[in-house]
Design a protein around this ligand. Sequence first.
Ligand code: CTP
Length: 403
Amino acid sequence: MNSLHGRSIVLGISGGIAAYKAVELCRQLVDAGAHVAPIMTEDAHRFIGPVTVSALASEPVHTSLWDDASPIPHTRLGQNADVIVVAPATARVIAAYAMGLSHDLLSATLIATRAPVVLCPAMHTEMWEHPAVEDNIALLRSRGVIIVEPQSGRLAGGDIGTGRLADTATIVEAVTTALNGSVKDLVGTSVLVTAGGTREPIDAVRVIANRSSGKQGYAIAEQAHKRGATVTIVSTVDRQTLAGITVVPVETAQQMLDAVSCHAPSSDVVVMTAAVADFRPVQAIAGKIKKDEGIPQIILEPTVDILGFLGTRKPAGQILVGFAAETSNLVDNARGKLKRKNLDLIVANDVSADQVGFGHDTNEVTILLASGEALEVPLADKHTIATAVLDSVSRVRMAHRPQ
Ligand code: CTP
């Protein structure tokens, strides 16, 4: 049985030319055994007929907040959904959702749900690349909304560029991943995640830092929280996160080591996502180094390899996860780190590739397990990557469990 079987999916269709592709999506979700409740915006009716969607979905199309048999259709639809997928999502629907507007049934349902939401934008390239749309997408991503990026190709009117609705198979896969993410497989476990790049003081104002944004670490922490874990993030960055997650702020590698040493022994899963400085100045200068004192000689010393340290004292049953930021020989280098640091799995990413790793909203990784298995996760938003990492953690935990 596939993971869509018996699940309740709200399919939102908004008013763009790609609405015709939602018909095939609807059909595939129903064929996979899902219960599909369709919502069409008024504008979507201009592109496809509701009769077509009603005939293929599991219940008739809903459009209005007011003419449904239920007096409060948005809460019924929002509360009953295991996942909501909006395909196509227009710039207007994206903006309304980002702002929390609830002026029609689709936008009201989106904010009346606690289910995962998958948005599949489709629009002209100029609109997709407009800063307002980009900001709204970034905001929604930071709230855990899964964005299925539009593809490049022929657009309405014969233009060519990025903005085509992702293909149906990609959307079905994202919906499946989102549903897996709603699985509560981490209830009763404590998960410790590190996030961000450490900053090592040179003097009173300068630091040695790196480009890590902390986004991947926060995505893992938030997905673990949604899957039922008790989550602590040891973080060098100041980012908003979900209520219920404990954040321990740190700055340097030494502070991160201290915080992690304190929390790791009682954690079932430790994920070292942070980019920890390998070297720090031997001694930070008390004041500000002045230009006229000449070019400073900064003597460095190694920091403790926190993950390596944790690997030497891993409690029985604990799952230790590392990241490997590589620019060459991705798999070989990552496998070496997996063995050297006594890890259960390592997430390898080629940080020199486009749109991957440090600072980006997306990532592309290979997950290597101590058992020798390898799983490639193609370019996706960091929450999708987080889901794949936690799926692997769950598999390793199941394999370790006494029979
Ligand atoms: N790490 C750590 N403490 C350090 C350095 C790295 O805990 N002082 C962890 C990182 O959080 C990551 C893993 O080790 O999970 C691998 O980090 P990476 O920078 O890829 O590798 P290094 O071990 O530092 O080796 P190199 O820089 O030579 O690639």
